[in-house]
Design a protein around this ligand. Structure first.
Ligand code: HEC
Length: 113
């Protein structure tokens, strides 16, 4: 379990480094979404088929899905993750590395710092 986490963190770090080297901003990268789903999805993602189908009805605004919010800033997302908020426990660097969190925060904030 431990080595798996380390391996994943290393991958994210390499990814962030290569994105930076190519001058590609993390906000344009689809990988923030993949990391978000794998690290935050167990609480923030609804994966049930019915939820997906019902949320397409015009009277359902997909309430509660962070990915649908337009008011999230990256700094806020990082702070929430590192300090926790109300019912959400804080998440350590051992669980989600800084480069991974940067990608997630950029994804959720749609590039807003
Ligand atoms: C163990 C479940 C759990 C995990 C894992 C989790 N969260 Fe949360 N998160 C919550 C809960 C519950 C809330 C609502 C907190 C409340 O108001 O009580 C929340 C709220 C938030 C909010 C909204 C804060 C606000 O007030 O608008 C953000 C942003 C957020 N989480 C980001 C993340 C990110 C990014 C990750 C992954 C790195 C993550 N969370 C992982 C449970 C989780």
């Amino acid at each position: 379990m431990r080595t798996r986490k380390c391996k994943r963190s290393a991958v994210a770090m390499l990814l962030a480094a290569s994105l930076a080297a190519e001058g590609v901003s993390a906000a344009e990268s689809p990988d923030g979404k993949a990391i978000y789903i794998s690290r935050c999805g167990m609480c923030h993602q609804t994966i049930g088929m019915a939820v997906g189908i019902l949320s397409r009805r015009p009277d359902d605004a997909s309430k509660g899905l962070l990915e649908d919010r337009k008011d999230l800033a990256a700094a806020f997302v990082r702070t929430v993750v590192r300090t926790g908020i109300a019912n959400m426990p804080r998440i350590s660097r051992g669980e989600v590395s800084d480069p991974e969190l940067a990608l997630i925060a950029n994804y959720l904030s749609r590039g807003k710092p």
